[in-house]
Design a protein around this ligand. Sequence first.
Ligand SMILES: NC(=O)c1ccc[n+]([C@@H]2O[C@H](COP(=O)([O-])OP(=O)(O)OC[C@H]3O[C@@H](n4cnc5c(N)ncnc54)[C@H](OP(=O)(O)O)[C@@H]3O)[C@@H](O)[C@H]2O)c1
Length: 279
Amino acid sequence: MDRRRFGSFSNVPVIGQGTWNLERDDRRSAVAALGRGLDLGMTHVDTAEMYGSGEAEEIVAEAIAGRRDEVFLVSKVLPGNAGKSGTLAACAKSLKRLKTDRLDCYLLHWRESHPLAGTFAAMEQLQKEGKIRAWGVSNFDVADLEEALAIAGPGRIACNQVLYHLQQRGIEHAVLPWCERNGLAVVGYTPFGRGTFPPATPAGRVLADIAAAHGATPRQVALRFLVRRPSLFAIPKASRPEHTADNAGAGALSLSEAELDRIDKAFPRGAPPRSLPML
Ligand SMILES: NC(=O)c1ccc[n+]([C@@H]2O[C@H](COP(=O)([O-])OP(=O)(O)OC[C@H]3O[C@@H](n4cnc5c(N)ncnc54)[C@H](OP(=O)(O)O)[C@@H]3O)[C@@H](O)[C@H]2O)c1
């Protein structure tokens, strides 16, 4: 599993594990899938207080029991719970559900009406208290990022977690370059998109061809493309151990420039979006 710099961390796996809707799946399988992912180096585990209204965090707690030190654990505060006191309270509840004393990174899930300054003040306080090791944002467009940087100052915001898959490459126009210029890790969510994967199109066949040439799967090829730059991470969600194992295979796959170029042409990034695409 390749690992790379993520904010002030030097060693975060390029492929992690998502947990949205995990509570809808068979619990034993979900716990086993997360555990298999840890075994295979996918130690970046992404969750949120929103997922299953806390149930996903409880499933994560079960999966990481006895293995906390291996995990790069990320959770998120809902915008409705943000602000100074709301963020402090939400973090305490997440830590309790996750049965841990610290998060490695804590994110504002998306931006709503709470002014950023209060939420960021809470993040800084949590970090000073050792309850979080770093903090970041999610679903932030360039204007939000500019405002966030002006409030937080340089080097404080570890990452921006955003929608990114082969059929939605909107972040590549402005958000990704901005994050790269300012040293934020870019964590791509929903890496397999919302439709059928691989798409039953000529573009889907390009993925299948490249996968066959490597003895890999189209999902592994897609994930590898999505982490092809040094700022990028992907967090596929899987509730079945065999899916987790498949996704982990992307962590050591190496694609040539010519192969990356074929994928780039098969799934063009399109025109700049009017606003940041999000789910
Ligand atoms: N910050 C945000 O606003 C935000 C928004 C959305 C998502 N996220 C995060 O990003 C994570 C990933 O996004 P996502 O859950 O929307 O979608 P995703 O990871 O692109 O896709 C998940 C789906 O793909 C299936 N799958 C995964 N690996 C597979 C494999 N190797 N073979 C076949 N099927 C496979 C899963 O099936 P099984 O479960 O049956 O294995 C599940 O149905 C989320 O779980 C969450 O942690 C963040």
